[in-house]
Design a protein around this ligand. Structure first.
Ligand SMILES: [Zn+2]
Length: 131
């Protein structure tokens, strides 16, 4: 098999993937922020968090939204070197390969494309290297 070519827009791909990671971490970090609610004084069944909690929560939600939408926005500018279509955007999801829960969690936060520095175009199946 011939050597895997380097993706011409590798930088764009990596930025897009990093933003997705950032968005996912921010989403995950919303959980401990929510858990903080348990430590605030209650008025009967109603928790009354201080104002800074609201800002903290909104900050993580904003980072999450910015990360995910930034990822999608950048992904629209990428073009596959072989087929010319967008290599990471698909309308219908393929059935994912079977993996354990831990693998799935690792895949969610640290995608294998970023670990192996290669990826496959979702449209034509061409493999590329991320330099
Ligand atoms: Zn392609």
């Amino acid at each position: 098999m011939s050597e895997t070519p380097i993706f011409r827009q590798a930088r764009l791909y990596k930025t897009s993937a990093r933003l997705r990671q950032l968005g996912r971490f921010a989403l995950f970090l919303c959980l401990p922020v929510m858990a903080l609610l348990l430590s605030f004084p209650r008025d009967g069944r109603v928790v009354q968090p201080p104002a800074w909690w609201g800002y903290l929560f909104l900050l993580f939600v904003a980072i999450c939204m910015a990360g995910i939408w930034g990822d999608v926005l950048i992904a629209t500018f990428m073009k596959c070197d072989r087929c010319g279509r967008r290599p990471t955007l698909v309308w219908s999801l393929k059935y994912p390969q079977r993996m354990s829960e831990w693998q799935a969690i690792r895949e969610f936060f640290f995608p294998s494309e970023m670990r192996s520095r290669t990826f496959t175009c979702a449209q034509c199946g061409a493999r590329f290297r991320l330099a």
